[in-house]
Design a protein around this ligand. Structure first.
Ligand SMILES: CC(C)(COP(=O)(O)OP(=O)(O)OC[C@H]1O[C@@H](n2cnc3c(N)ncnc32)[C@H](O)[C@@H]1OP(=O)(O)O)[C@@H](O)C(=O)NCCC(=O)NCCS
Length: 152
């Protein structure tokens, strides 16, 4: 399978929306969050990808002209470094295109972007029970051994 990883373009909007939040099969469906992320949030996130003032980015995976996956990432300040840090916020490959190295290629693209954007670190998190993703993550990254908490 020949896959291209590239920055998102305006023409990708309908494909990206489908992969992002389709009620039957999508990234937000995977996280049982289709109803939590409103159309206004989806639109705002989409607009930020194209706003030069926003440190929010999207790259897509394309196979035979079809967008089949994406990653979202953003940079932020870090008290442990002068450089910014890059947070890989989201990663998704459509079910029929998995296990062909697309997820790995998306992460490698983000690593390259980390350097291009001048960030000093690239990190992400996943759920304890997401063993499928961890099979990939243990090959391309190292566990930081942190627990993630949020305000209830
Ligand atoms: C996680 C996800 C992005 C992975 O995408 P993918 O394109 O299938 O991943 P890849 O094919 O690049 O990586 C698979 C790697 O895991 C390994 N792997 C997969 N299944 C494995 C298994 N059963 N045993 C051992 N290794 C396995 C493969 O060997 C491969 O490693 P390689 O590149 O060295 O060959 C995809 O499953 C997905 O979108 N899941 C739903 C959303 C999700 O969980 N997102 C991540 C949220 S943190």
């Amino acid at each position: 399978m020949s896959v291209i990883i590239r920055p998102v373009e305006a023409k990708d909007k309908s494909n990206w929306i489908k992969l992002w939040c389709d009620p039957s099969e999508s990234y937000l469906k995977f996280y049982k969050s289709v109803d939590k992320v409103t159309p206004e949030i989806t639109e705002s996130t989409w607009q930020r990808f194209f706003d030069e003032k926003e440190p929010v980015y999207c790259a897509v995976a394309e196979v035979d002209g079809e967008v089949i996956g994406f990653t979202h990432y953003l940079t932020h300040r870090d008290t442990w470094m002068i450089k910014d840090t890059l947070y890989l916020n989201d990663l998704y490959v459509s079910p029929q295109n998995r296990l062909s190295g697309v997820g790995r290629k998306l992460i490698e693209y983000v690593y390259n972007e980390t350097d291009k954007l001048g960030a000093g670190k690239c990190y992400w998190c996943t759920q304890f029970e997401n063993h499928r993703a961890q099979l990939l993550y243990t090959k391309v990254g190292v566990s930081m051994g942190m627990l993630l908490y949020c305000r209830p």
